[in-house]
Design a protein around this ligand. Sequence first.
Ligand SMILES: *[C@@H]1O[C@H](CO)[C@@H](O)[C@H](O)[C@H]1NC(C)=O
Length: 297
Amino acid sequence: MEPRLLALLALASVAFAVPIKVPQTNDCATQCKASTKMNYNKGTTYVYDYRVDYSTSMSGASEDSAKLTLTTKAELEVLGPCEMALSLRDTRLFHSDAMGGLKAADGEDNFRRGLEASALRFSYGDGAVEHICTATREEPWVMNVKKGILSAFQNNMDDLRTDQNVTETDVTGTCKTEYKAIDRGYYADTVRKTKDVLSCMDRNDYKTILQMVPYTESSDLQGNPLMKTTHECDQVIERGSYLKSTKCKETHVYRPFSNGQDGVTTFVEQTLTYSTYKQSGYTRKGSFWRCLFVNKK
Ligand SMILES: *[C@@H]1O[C@H](CO)[C@@H](O)[C@H](O)[C@H]1NC(C)=O
């Protein structure tokens, strides 16, 4: 199959429905809560392996299933309390061929260049991503990939050991989100984050991690509203320290086609895994950043 998916980068139009303001300072954060559950060291860059696997299938038509995989290294540079920069390295984009093997996707070079061109500044206070700041106007698809990564870093619990329901904003929109403490280890806590997708404000605008992969087929599906979506992530957080891993699963079932054919199901799996740290060589704080409001508890 010549994957239509790979008419890449046409991933248009996730408009920023967010106010843009130009801050007077070099800081992206407008406030900084004292850290209680997480603590990232200034001057350190935390390096994570990040992967998204995306597959779509039409039931009863296995030859029509298609897969895309994005891998990259996400480097989280700690510039100061609540001030972070996200840079991507070694980005690859694969699709599965007819034999099920992975091969480099068309447009991979453009894809990598777009994602690696600049660092994204954001404010990160004790797990909450509150603002995103860019030096230049980023392409919407670049922002989507990066916002997807930031959503994996996000944890809005007050206490990792106490279940809590919050309303939070990330790449998926503003949604009711349930946090559950599911495992309390000696060194690390594991929590489960589940979005109530029906609760998301402006559901027509529900974007999902599906958008983090270059994906044009969605236009085919627009006449077939989502029937069901689930979104669930498990996060492991080193006690009092940093995020060790996040694994998210998202499923979308689209309504059967009007001619009676079965519907379409898509699965997205997202994994962010801590690999190492390094001392930040130098810290660039740009003098002019545009701030995009994203989240306020
Ligand atoms: C969170 O919401 C879910 C679903 O409405 C409910 O079952 C659960 O008890 C709530 N948890 C807390 C801690 O309020």
